[in-house]
Design a protein around this ligand. Sequence first.
Ligand code: SF4
Ligand code: SF4
Length: 469
Amino acid sequence: MDAPAVPGLTGAKRACGIIRGNPVRRARYNAPMAGISGGMEFRAGVPIRVPEPPGTLPARGIRLVSRERPEVIAGQVVRAGQQLFRPGRPGMACYISPLMGIVKRVTPLMEHDGESAWGYELAIEPSGDRAETQMNVAPPAGRKLESWFAAMCQIGPWSDADGGVGLVPQLEMAKERKPKQVILVGLDAYPPCPDRTSLLMSFADDAVLGAVILADLVGAKRTVVLAGRGTGAGARLKPACKNFGAELLLANNVYPSSDPTLVAYHQAGGRLLSRGANPVSEGLLMFGPWTAIRVGRWFTRGRFDLVRPLMMRWPRAGEAMGCVYGFTGQSLASLDPRLGEHLADPASVVLVGNPMTGRRVGPVPRASVDEPVVPEEELLISVMPEVPATPLEPCIACGWCADVCPTRLQPVKLMEAALSRRGDTRLEEPLRWCIDCGLCSHVCPVGLPLTQTLRRAKSDAESAAGRSA
Ligand code: SF4
Ligand code: SF4
């Protein structure tokens, strides 16, 4: 049975258009998917074994973006020429970068209006040839959220993708409002590349322990470890869950079932969490495997991981996904010489993130200052064959985009409304339920840029709302 419609959406009823497309393709896209309305089954990939992080890595310059003025988050002035140092213990001193070195530049990143800065970029040059991948700093003693929160704000960076808003904003809200449930989301962001499953299977004990620690800190009664059914992760996680008192929940790994909106709705009792809303407002704390593993490893080893894993996908070469470790902010090209080649090649497509919604990076000239860097929020880098552009044709009202939409929007109607009423703030509400999964564009037989238009409309509506506030 279909899940009930999400209130506030314009698309409670599905579009039933004339079917003019390829019936085989349509049947595939309409396959019933247990537990999720819309979405799409892709062939699941084989998880890989993720190695332990190495002790040191070759030191490279890094570029970090901070939304706050660095001195505000760091507790001391950070300026060009300054030598960074490690704290003896959290809370004692400034720690803003995973790499020790000299701050070469602090550059304000300006809004479109050119008047205010939305963030700051810090360019840091390493002070040696090799960089340590762990910081010798013990986690705070005791179980007080305040002391852990203060420590976590000073070390990091933490992924912005946890729960759609990041771990730190969730913990901040949890100080005022206790979440009832903590969910470690181990469903893969894109099932053909089982990045999260691979991490869970490789560091099962650390992941579950990290989730239980975070639940304990925020006083949540329930700790759920959510993993993909049929991936092998269930058998690997079961003993750890039993040992640490967490609940193991297995669900179909249907794209995009790992999205926080869909996790809240389908795995946490129908909670309505629009895109970008803080899960704690719905009584949930959510994070991905690497965040949990990092917390678990910090607790058991008394050292904090400064590097992060990154999965690489080389479909053109027909290779299995691989894993490398790197510092957030180091150049992507420095991770693998082949990636450097692809980034410089205009015929290659390199995506940060999954092939449905990833950000295209490159081509970039070698040693360019604008070269893409290791992101904090994405686990996957995909190198794709170039897909020929589909010539644009008018909508044939096949209804596929509405059938596949996981939040039951009617993408084509929303797109038409967005194009005819640009910047209209009334579109803001339905657009909040677009989770930017890319499926509507993916299935559209005439290649209409639905996701892209909705993405732009969202940003237009947000700017218009900001202007009128
Ligand atoms: S991108 Fe938005 S409108 Fe399109 S299918 Fe996904 S959620 Fe629905
Ligand atoms: S926008 Fe594309 S997928 Fe949606 S109804 Fe029209 S032709 Fe079909």
